[in-house]
Design a binder for this molecule. Structure first.
Ligand code: AHG
Ligand code: MN
Ligand code: MN
Length: 336
């Protein structure tokens, strides 16, 4: 039961009992994400003021330039989760391999692993456009007190116990699910407290926004090209409007509130698209389904995909249920 002016801290305590594995451990984990989000938010907010913007001079495993704030956010999230001794392992977009946290210690009873995209949309930092953080939580499948293994991280999205994002936008919000709906909390920066501002978030069943990088149009599969043309056609409530920020978190957030579809299809340049299954698509898919939306690779449910590698990419279509189903229809029948 949400109350007026409820803080995230109060909400976590109140809802702990309704979580099926309730032991307080997941609540502590969400609390740590809350703390790390505030620290990163503070840094993101002064990005234009200090010498923190721009490339850090390193590239990550995928050959992408790491921005200084990518590195900073990665450190802060890992540090917070490690210092508070909450999880037994972390995998991050910015780390080549997963990090084990005292998992071999037999006294370590921590059951959860976390996968994160510490800073999503990082190419937008230098131009003062919203960025985000995405996180995904699983129970480890190997026994506690033994070292975590890659299998603890390569779980299907349907096994997630929690997922969420932080959007560092015109206001900073933390939006998450533990499998019982989606709730959004807005940071009051004056006092550093998140308040429940968006209880029980839901994707409208239909929407009028499509979000895709149309610069890649000629490389898209025929089904996606046809669907884009369908969005642009003058008929019924169409043409739809096009909105693309280039930060998955922000594009998703807007579409969830207003109704819309986000697409990062495969292309003749990237056979699996660009987005990463484990720390971008799965958490967003969990949130989407919990908010009455849908997430697909064009043919299959995202959360049913069996992962094979930590940094695996997958085509991603996500948003209002009827829109995603329409896009899937076009994918199945590219000749029509
Ligand atoms: P990241 O900054 O974590 O690498 O993610 C960027 C992603 C995603 O946020 C966004 O939707 C997409 O890349 C944009 O890609 P394009 O510039 O190719 O459209
Ligand atoms: Mn990202
Ligand atoms: Mn990132």
């Amino acid at each position: 039961m949400s109350q007026k002016n409820q803080t995230l801290g109060e909400f976590i305590i109140e809802n702990q009992a309704s979580f099926k594995y309730s032991s307080g451990e997941l609540s502590r984990l969400i609390n740590s994400v809350r703390l790390a989000a505030k620290v990163v938010n503070h840094e993101v907010n002064k990005a234009g003021l200090v010498d923190i913007i721009g490339a850090a001079g390193e590239t990550n495993i995928q050959g992408e330039d790491q921005q200084k704030l990518d590195v900073y956010a990665n450190e802060k999230f890992i540090q917070t989760l490690t210092n508070r001794n909450i999880v037994c392992g972390i995998a991050s977009e910015e780390e080549d391999d997963y990090v084990s946290i005292n998992s071999q210690d037999e006294n370590n009873q921590n059951k959860y692993v976390v996968l994160i995209d510490p800073l999503d949309g990082s190419s937008n930092i230098d131009v003062n456009v919203s960025v985000g953080t995405i996180f995904s939580v699983y129970r480890r499948i190997t026994p506690v007190g033994t070292p975590v293994t890659i299998d603890d991280f390569l779980q299907k999205g349907s096994q997630q116990v929690a997922a969420g994002y932080v959007v560092y936008g015109t206001s900073t919000m933390l939006v998450y699910t533990t499998g019982d709906g989606v709730n959004g909390f807005t940071l009051n920066p004056a006092i550093g407290t998140f308040y429940l501002s968006h209880p029980n978030m839901q994707f409208p069943l239909d929407g009028r926004i499509y979000s895709v990088n149309e610069g890649n149009y000629i490389h898209f599969p025929q089904g996606i090209k046809n669907y884009i043309k369908y969005c642009q056609m003058e008929e019924g409530d169409r043409p739809y409007t096009s909105r693309y920020i280039g930060s998955l978190v922000s594009d998703f957030h807007r579409n969830m509130i207003k109704g819309g579809i986000y697409m990062y299809p495969k292309s003749s340049k990237n056979s699996n698209g660009k987005l990463r299954l484990l720390y971008e698509c799965n958490p967003m898919a969990f949130l989407a389904e919990q908010a009455n939306g849908k997430a697909s690779d064009g043919f299959n449910r995202i959360m049913d995909i069996e992962p094979t590698e930590l940094h695996q990419r997958v085509p991603f279509i996500c948003g209002s249920k009827n829109m995603v189903e329409k896009a899937e229809e076009f994918m199945r029948n590219p000749e029509n």
